[in-house]
Design a binder for this molecule. Structure first.
Ligand code: ZN
Ligand code: ZN
Length: 181
């Protein structure tokens, strides 16, 4: 094994695979680009309610960036600040990046997990519990919420849409979109 191999990131864990397809995400949810060979990497997010995955998506870096550009300036600033001040990016998927609550703690059934990936490797992963996710809702603008809502409307009724949460609830998801780390 060469030095280069040793520096390879760990593989994307099963938790960040697509529940709907029952395999690793292959394509960008928004543009359909093939993810494993997308040069800029991609981001996976999965939202859980009452322990069930109710929404999942993978965004190529291009789409992630484009979506962020549509967020309002104010929201971007606040989200960046929130991330800088309150989010710890190295706790992985086991405990909340904000309050450190454990994902397997009793009663912690709502949360979002996110992975920043490149190829088949996982560069970073974060979990944000429902309570901390809700806190984020208060800091983003209506315009940003609308941008997100449009993304949801345009891209899902595919995957687990049966249980797609109401718009407000879905909002737990965008935060990690900001974490280009
Ligand atoms: Zn894309
Ligand atoms: Zn939390």
């Amino acid at each position: 094994m060469s030095d280069h191999d040793l520096q390879q990131p760990p593989p994307i864990p099963p938790e960040l695979q697509s529940e709907y397809e029952e395999r690793p995400f292959q394509n960008c949810t928004r543009c359909g680009e093939s993810l494993p060979d997308f040069p800029g990497g991609f981001q996976i997010s999965k939202a859980y309610k009452r322990g069930e995955c109710v929404m999942e998506y993978a965004l190529c870096d291009h789409c992630r960036t484009q979506m962020m550009e549509e967020f309002s300036q104010e929201s971007k600033k606040r989200l960046a600040q929130f991330q800088d001040e309150q989010v710890i990016l190295d706790r992985g998927l086991d405990s909340c990046a904000v309050c450190n609550a454990r994902r397997d703690a009793p009663g912690l059934d709502d949360f979002v997990i996110t992975g920043v990936c490149e190829g088949v490797g996982l560069l970073h992963s974060v979990m944000i519990c429902g309570k901390c996710g809700d806190g984020v809702q208060g800091i983003i603008s209506q315009k940003t919420k609308d941008t997100w809502r449009r993304f949801v409307d345009e891209n899902f009724p595919g995957p687990p849409v049966d249980s797609l949460p109401e718009p407000e609830e879905t909002f737990n998801t965008p935060v990690p979109v900001m974490s280009k780390v």
